[in-house]
Design a protein around this ligand. Structure first.
Ligand code: NDP
Length: 272
């Protein structure tokens, strides 16, 4: 029988997740379906109940339901507890078990696909929303030397620092207080979705090995243009992160990890 999976979000637009999971299933010869379910903004829990009742085995979650998914879960893994949001749920005996693979997917993309080591590095996150919350613990676990989180609303960056500070060196500031150069600079704001630029000082990119834009399919965003102009060695967008978190989900649900390389290659749009 076909095993049923889904992505819940609103709006879903042209989501790539059904394509990615379809490719993984084809590669491994698995019989699954993966549908995009645009639940009403106030109807996530009801839509999940219907999905589980219909035999759904697991689902991904995207904006705006990640926090609600964490709250709805019967059991939550550490990444979910720390970041207060879930992007992946497994249905086990009717119970919802929540995970968050965004951060793990990001680390895998940077270290395994892009070949950029994180150990001992100085890292700047621009943005303090769900994506940064999900990424900071896997970055600390990968042994980064120092993390600076800069955000328009400084209190949100401070909240993450206060939550995670004891695990490593995490600082919080506004854009005007960013100082010095970083090995890796990440744009984890949603500014690029509307084409907005960020007031990151050019000096932050001097000597940077990598400037990483978490949004994907947007070409060379204002963030990546600034990074290139300011001397960053390498530019990347979030397509690898998206595929890697999907592979983590697939492996968790089904016990076998797909090869991500051909899927990333099929989805990569050159940054021109
Ligand atoms: P959130 O809504 O949780 O956070 C948004 C962040 O962006 C906040 O820090 C907000 O600042 C900041 N922001 C938005 N607009 C601006 C602006 N014009 N200037 C400065 N800061 C701004 O979003 P997420 O953390 O969930 O997602 C962030 C990005 O990461 C998105 O582009 C998303 O597409 C991408 N993403 C990619 C994934 C992938 O697999 N590649 C997975 C998850 C996310 P403030 O707090 O001040 O409002």
């Amino acid at each position: 029988m076909t095993d049923r999976y889904a992505l819940f979000g609103n709006p879903l637009g042209h989501t790539k997740s059904p394509f990615i999971h379809g490719e993984f299933a084809r590669q491994l010869g698995d019989d699954i379906s993966y549908e995009a379910i645009e639940a009403p903004v106030d109807g996530f829990a009801a839509a999940v109940r219907d999905f589980v009742k219909a035999g759904g085995k697991g689902f991904n979650v995207t904006v705006p339901f990640k926090v609600e998914a964490a709250e709805l879960a019967d059991e939550a893994h550490e990444a979910v507890v720390v970041c207060g949001a879930s992007n992946c749920v497994k249905v086990e005996d009717g119970q919802l078990v929540a995970e968050n693979f965004d951060g793990v997917g990001l680390v895998r993309d940077i270290v395994d696909n892009l070949g950029v080591a994180l150990k001992g590095r100085r890292v700047l996150f621009a943005g303090a929303g769900g994506a940064t919350r999900g990424a900071v613990v896997p970055f600390l676990e990968a042994g980064v030397g120092e993390i600076v989180i800069a955000n328009r609303t400084v209190s949100k960056a401070e909240a993450i620092r206060d939550l995670l500070g004891p695990r490593g060196s995490v600082q919080a500031c506004g854009y005007e207080d960013i100082s010095g150069g970083f090995d890796i600079v990440l744009n984890s704001t949603s500014a690029s979705l509307s084409g907005a630029a960020l007031p990151i000082p050019p000096a932050a990119f001097e000597g940077a090995r990598l400037a990483y834009e978490m949004a994907y399919g947007k070409g060379k965003t204002p963030f990546l243009e600034l990074a290139e102009r300011s001397g960053a060695e390498r530019l990347a967008d979030g397509v690898g992160m998206l595929v890697e978190q999907a592979a983590e989900a697939f492996a968790w649900w089904r016990g076998r990890r797909p090869d991500t390389a051909p899927v990333i290659e099929a989805m990569t749009i050159p940054l021109e």
